[in-house]
Design a protein around this ligand. Sequence first.
Ligand SMILES: O=S(=O)(CCO)c1ccc(-c2ccc(C3CCCC3)c([C@@H]3C[C@@H]3c3ccccn3)c2)cc1
Length: 240
Amino acid sequence: VPRHRLSDEIEKIVQEHLKFDLVDDFNSNIWELLAADGEMKVYRRELEENGIVLDPLKAVHSVKGVTGHEVCKYFWDPAVRMEWEGTLDSSRMLEALSDDTLIFNQVHKRVWPAAQRDTCFWSHIRSVSKENKNDLDDWIVVNYSTTHDSAPIKEPMIRAWANVALICSTIILNRDKYADLSSVPRENLVCKITYVAQVNPGGWAPANVLRAVYKREYPKFLKRFTQYVMDKTKKLPILL
Ligand SMILES: O=S(=O)(CCO)c1ccc(-c2ccc(C3CCCC3)c([C@@H]3C[C@@H]3c3ccccn3)c2)cc1
């Protein structure tokens, strides 16, 4: 695997997500249910630092007919970002550090009355093999804020910081019916999605406004993205 200037940081952050994000800590009372829509459940924890809302977000979803590789690939792929992301004014891929690690600069639609935000982050995609060799690999994408010479701070815009992971497991129903996994019909696929996000707005914004934005935007964002993947993959051969 080709190494580059961010390899060590990426390894550390990815391993942290793999260690903590899949822990089922929903029965402890640290998570508050923000929204539930069918299989999708979106939770938040209230967290502030010097009056700035940092609320960690955790969502779980179960999507029929797609694989974890497909979900992660569409989430990571710069070519389709603006097809599914409805909250951005622009998205630019600044640099490809390797075939699995890109650097993005994105301008978010302004959330009145807060100042407009932009983000600059590395985006890394990888498969993670399971203990049970019969299972399909898990897939993960991590988006983690970084700096880049091509993404200077442009006042009055404020740089927001994000640490986001999308982790997907693929379940094959009636698994023993299929010798060749690539012949599994899509209705026998279920993708278990865990999405975690921690965003630092990068500067003061009214807590009540931010929490209302989080409550409205995250469920919409996840619903729109997963529907997009279902629509795009419906007629395609499955990507294992
Ligand atoms: O999953 S990702 O990696 C996909 C990257 O294409 C990602 C998603 C969302 C953000 C994000 C950045 C800024 C803000 C705020 C901070 C103050 C004003 C804007 C928000 C708030 C939480 C609300 C929000 C949630 C979802 C979508 C858009 N808006 C979210 C960053 C990365």
